[in-house]
Design a binder for this molecule. Structure first.
Ligand SMILES: *Cc1c(COP(=O)(O)O)cnc(C)c1O
Length: 367
């Protein structure tokens, strides 16, 4: 098999060890004679898989006791509707949600939330081309919002919160809802600062189809009447994520990734590796005249590194030459163009070093 490095933004690279273990267990999980895909979600075997996945995730993120971990379907975009359906009901109707608009993903969240309540854009980085997170002291939060929505890592724009967002006593009891789809488990976070954390699995956790929701218990039980039962967090929590059939195989793979992450030393250890990986690329991008990154230095994403060739006429040649060296899926999102290297937890530093060496060679050959 040829060695490649996969820089896809998602679905994305998974740890090789995890894929090898899944392959070895594919036809017969632990002597059960069955593939995990074929098991009843209520059988003892799968119940042990989901219980381990949940407790490993709780341990990795130090999720406090008064938070539920839910395994859902619907992806990050599904949550854009599921969040307002579950939280707008905390306040008299029509309720308002505050948004910190930092790029493509919050843009989609804002549009969807408008179907279920009022939206207040408390701060926006649109006028600066989504190159930074608006400073906390510029946020114009509502007095009585049902919640404050933000995206702590904008996957397309390459903008990441490098501070823990907090809402003050002056803004009432609005909980922070954070879309962490593309950097969950990449850095240490203080879960207690958030009301809800959600993320699609396909960036840093496992296969597409699984969505993780971590929700503080007092936020359960406020669903609007229009909310489908399968997406009512209280119903899902009361049924241990088994109200409907959960995405069983995706949960199994996520569980293997959690075990892999524990073997790496947990989130604090992987965060150090992620800092080192990102530094390699950003240091070079800042030093070269051939490429550029346009994001404010204190808001740069460690997971998704967008960059442009100063001479964009070379884009196609860059991508073809990268592919020939086994460096795959480097094309930037069509809405922003250029290139993007997604370097999630499962990307080894060797992959980043190979990319850096290639970028240097390509710059030298074309200067
Ligand atoms: C990928 C992504 C999503 C969308 O996930 P889907 O599973 O495609 O719905 C939402 N938010 C962020 C930040 C993402 O990176």
């Amino acid at each position: 098999m040829t060695t490649i490095f996969n820089f896809s933004a998602g679905p994305a690279v998974l740890p090789k060890e995890v894929l090898q273990q899944a392959a070895a267990e594919m036809l017969d999980w632990h002597g059960s004679g069955m593939s995990v895909m074929e098991m009843s979600h209520r059988g003892a075997e799968f119940m042990s898989i989901i219980a381990a996945a949940q407790s490993d995730l709780r341990e990795l993120l130090a999720v406090p006791e008064n938070y539920k971990i839910l395994f859902l379907q619907g992806g990050g975009l599904g949550e854009n509707a599921i969040v307002p359906m579950n939280l707008m009901g905390r306040k008299p109707q029509p309720a308002t949600a505050d948004f910190i608009h930092t790029g493509s993903w919050t843009g989609k969240s804002i549009k969807e939330a408008q179907k279920y309540g009022k939206v207040n854009i408390a701060a926006s980085a649109e006028s600066i081309g989504f190159t930074a997170v608006p400073a906390r002291d510029s946020w114009k939060l509502s007095k009585d919002a049902a919640y404050v929505h933000l995206c702590t890592n904008e996957t397309i724009d390459g903008v990441e919160y490098q501070f823990t967002p907090e809402v003050g006593f002056d803004t009432g009891d609005a909980p922070i809802v954070a879309d962490m789809s593309s950097h969950i488990l990449s850095r240490v976070i203080d879960v207690s600062k958030y009301g809800v954390i959600f993320g699609g699995a396909q960036k840093n956790i496992g296969p597409a189809g699984l969505t993780i929701v971590i929700v503080r218990e007092d936020l359960l039980g406020h669903a609007l009447p229009c909310c489908p039962s399968a997406f009512d967090w209280k119903i899902v929590a009361d049924n241990d994520s088994m109200y409907n059939t959960p995405p069983t195989y995706a949960i199994y793979i996520a569980g293997l990734v959690f075990q892999w992450l524990k073997r790496q030393g947990g989130v604090a250890a992987i965060e150090q590796k992620n800092i080192a990986k990102a530094k390699l690329l950003y240091d070079y991008l800042d030093a070269t005249d051939f490429y550029e990154n346009r994001i404010a230095k204190d808001c740069r994403s460690r997971m998704n590194v967008p960059f442009y060739l100063k001479n964009e006429a070379l884009n196609a040649e860059f991508l073809a030459a990268a592919k020939a060296r086994g460096l795959l899926q480097l094309k930037g999102h069509k809405s922003v163009g250029g290139m993007r290297a997604s370097i999630y937890n499962a990307m080894p530093i060797e992959g980043v070093q190979a990319l850096l060496a290639f970028m240097q060679d390509f710059a030298q050959q074309n200067s």
